[in-house]
Design a binder for this molecule. Structure first.
Ligand code: AMP
Length: 267
């Protein structure tokens, strides 16, 4: 696996090897867990060349967000990416991605203002912008995202469709701990007590899913099962393709999001 930090170096490394081959891109912010690995492995099995980007994108954090405390361990990430068969790890600096004078932003209207967007204004502008930049740098055949970030996935699909990017967007299921908590880089910030409390989030979503299947109100059922956790929102979120029950909660200083697709059986 080659690690590259400059856009030009990545383009030069890709140029001689991509002709006639499929290229898979997995955008990430690092601090890898089994959710990331599942995307690397899917890309590895479906594409000839696998590129993973590792960039904690300041544009998708706002003042007061956890940019400074976002977990970072590039050495460990490099090891895990290499073990999953990644060919190129693109780990640029902030200056490389947003040099002085940077002024162009991508807004996916409507979708970006709901759910997460209401609590993190500007977040999806940062997400859409960095995704489009990465797509332009790598020119992938397919990009891989986790269902865990359902709204992000919907927004990237909209972006790809609206701007005729001609990229296939693959969405892979959420990987969970044994007790059901969705894996997240932010889980490392939870104390033992908070970690125990966090389990109410997937349980509430499951309760919502059960209510939905029996014709009840999924939002009310989920809210009633949050066990004292304070939700930013619990909402049914529909895109063209799927309907999910999504929620965000704050536990101490950590903010967790999760969702369940309502149109699928729970495992
Ligand atoms: P992040 O590094 O948190 O920006 O996530 C990079 C990619 O991994 C995104 O497409 C996420 O949706 C995906 N991802 C994060 N957590 C999980 C998970 N528990 N299961 C599957 N995919 C995930």
């Amino acid at each position: 696996m080659k690690t590259l930090r400059r856009i030009r170096a990545l383009r030069e490394a890709l140029e001689p090897v991509v002709a006639g081959r499929t290229v898979g891109l997995v955008p990430t912010m690092g601090a890898y867990h089994a959710g990331h690995s599942s995307l690397f492995e899917a890309a590895r099995s479906e594409c000839d060349i696998v590129v993973v980007s590792l960039f904690v994108n300041p544009a998708q954090f706002e003042a007061g967000d956890d940019l400074a405390s976002y977990p970072r361990d590039e050495k460990r990430d490099r090891r895990l990416a290499k073990a999953a068969g990644v060919d190129f790890l693109f780990a640029p600096s902030t200056e490389e991605m947003y040099p002085a004078g940077y002024s162009t932003w991508v807004d996916v209207e409507g979708l970006s203002e709901r759910l997460e967007g209401r609590f993190r204004p500007g977040h999806f502008r940062g997400v859409a912008t960095i995704c489009l930049k990465l797509f332009n740098i790598v020119r992938p055949t397919r990009v891989y995202f986790g269902q865990k970030d359902a709204q992000q996935t919907a927004i990237v699909k909209r972006l790809a469709q609206d701007l005729d990017l001609g990229i296939e967007i693959r969405v892979l299921p959420t990987i969970r701990d044994e007790d059901g908590l969705a894996l997240s880089s932010r889980n490392v910030h939870l104390s033992a007590r908070e970690r125990r409390a966090a389990i109410a989030l997937p349980r509430a979503l499951e309760a919502g899913h059960r209510a939905w299947r029996s014709g009840g109100d999924p939002v009310a059922a989920a809210r009633a099962t949050l066990n004292g956790l304070a939700p930013d929102y619990v909402e049914v979120f529909g895109t063209d393709e799927r309907l999910v029950l999504a929620a965000a909660v704050r536990i101490g200083r950590t903010r967790l999001i999760d969702n369940v697709p309502l149109d699928e059986e729970t495992p």
